[in-house]
Design a protein around this ligand. Structure first.
Ligand code: KE4
Length: 435
């Protein structure tokens, strides 16, 4: 039985947060980090190694956020650290092409056959914004269709019933998004192919693309129904719209070839981020050669970026992907995630609490709900007050879970079976305490 540490001194974090809030909106550079949905103040990180985060007060945490999915090898993995250090010695940015961009592009194209050409950018948001611009250019159409609860970054066209961030903040639309622009985005329930068909029946000849998180990680973890993606492929093809798999989170994490490998459905475009940068700022979009050759300077669709293809991010991405290509840890990591969920499910059952968990590769999640979770509406039934208490009790037992019920959790090769077993005990005790 692990007990919550009586009093944890987090005063150094508190002082930093106090200073940060006078300088940075909400004291953070991304909203979810402020713990708005779980209460309390965020801890400030001093350093990290493997699966462990160490805060500025000397507390340590088993990390299940892993930079929101970017770190498949854990923090400060020697292969990545060495690659970045070596790259730094040759300069940090050139504003001119360099070989590491070609090396990473070759790896992405090799590991994701549906990606015939790829363009690197600096974030997942840039990747999805650019992919949608390309879809609009390629089809000559203006409407896009997304799914309630799916998050594709903070591009204006996506902040229409987005899942992560906006939904967590309880803002169905973000202020500042022009109504005229929001009206170009259709949003229907995830897993509802009939709703997609109806949207196309109504607007079919105006819809440029469907963009989807193939496994949703921004409403908590939601898996697609058996043939959902095959139906999306059939409907979009029939209506001359493009299908975009937003694999910023799932890419190289749920399987070596991403979600496309799991569902054997080929999208026209794929967006990437996180894992391909090994923890450094990166994004990418790619897909059919005929589409990608429309991107400047090969074609007329403009997109650019000062730090795109940054040599340090490329080096980190290459190091992480090469290591994953050799070791292919996805099945083992999914087994570990499912083992952890099984322990939590058993504890919840003993306590008479509703609980639904699921996993794919090194990504997993749960909802405190009865019955299956097929879409955001189901996920929104989760007991968020219980989630908040559970998050705090877990943190006080040295386990850092994603600080929102609308996020997924992530593990890495540094999450050994022993660490998972230790986590399971701590989380069970935390759940018993707050039930
Ligand atoms: P970024 O612009 O944050 O690099 O990527 C945006 C994005 C696009 N597509 C998907 C499927 C994503 O999950 C994301 C970003 N993921 C969130 C986690 N829910 C990042 C965490 C944060 O916002 O701080």
């Amino acid at each position: 039985m692990t007990t919550r540490t009586a009093h944890i001194d987090r005063s150094a974090s508190a002082h930093l947060f106090e200073r940060a809030r006078t300088l940075i909106p909400g004291g953070v550079n991304s909203p979810v980090r402020a713990f708005g949905n779980v209460g309390g103040n965020p801890f400030f990180v001093d350093r990290a190694e493997g699966a462990i985060l160490y805060d500025v007060d000397g507390c340590s945490y088993f990390d299940y956020v892993m930079s929101w999915g970017a770190l498949m090898l854990g923090h400060a993995h020697p292969a990545v650290a060495r690659a970045v250090t070596e790259a730094t010695g040759r300069g940090t940015s050139y504003g001119a092409p360099n070989g590491s961009e070609v090396e990473l592009a070759e790896l992405v194209v090799e590991l994701m056959p549906q990606v015939e050409m790829v363009r690197f950018v600096n974030s997942g948001t840039e990747a999805t914004m650019s992919a949608v611009r390309l879809a609009r250019a390629a089809t000559g159409r203006d409407l896009i269709l997304k799914f309630n609860g799916c998050y594709h970054g903070h591009g204006d066209s996506f902040l229409v019933q987005a899942g992560s961030g906006v939904a967590t903040l309880g803002l169905p639309d973000s202020p500042g998004v022009p109504k005229a622009l929001a009206e170009l985005t259709l949003s229907v329930p995830f897993n509802d192919a009939d709703a997609v068909r109806s949207a196309f029946e109504k607007h079919g000849d105006r819809i440029a693309c469907v963009i989807v998180e193939p496994i949703v990680g921004n409403s908590g973890f939601i898996a697609p129904r058996e043939d959902f993606h095959a139906q999306l492929r059939e409907i979009t093809t029939m209506h001359g719209a493009l299908l975009i798999f937003d694999e910023v989170m799932t890419g190289f994490r749920v399987a070596m070839g991403g979600a496309r490998e799991l569902f054997n459905v080929t999208p026209d475009l794929t967006t990437l981020g996180k894992v391909i940068g090994g923890g450094l700022p990166v994004g990418a979009y790619g897909g059919r050669r005929d589409l990608m050759e429309m991107i400047a300077p090969a074609g007329p669709v403009y997109q650019a970026g000062t730090l795109s293809g940054n040599p340090l991010a490329m080096a980190a991405g290459v190091a992480q992907l090469l290591f994953l290509r050799e070791t292919r840890p996805h099945a083992v990591l999914e087994q570990r995630a499912r083992g952890l969920l099984a322990t939590l499910a058993e504890t919840a059952h003993d306590l008479g609490l509703p609980f639904r968990g699921d996993a794919a590769g090194a990504m997993f999640g749960w909802h405190f709900v009865d019955g299956p979770v097929y879409d955001f509406e189901d996920a929104a039934r989760t007991d968020s007050a219980l989630f908040a208490r559970f998050h705090r009790a877990s943190l006080d037992r040295g386990v850092f879970l994603p600080p929102s019920p609308y996020e997924a959790a992530f593990l890495s090769i540094a999450h050994t079976q022993d660490l998972i077993d230790d986590t399971a005990q701590r989380l069970s005790d935390a759940l018993r305490e707050v039930a």
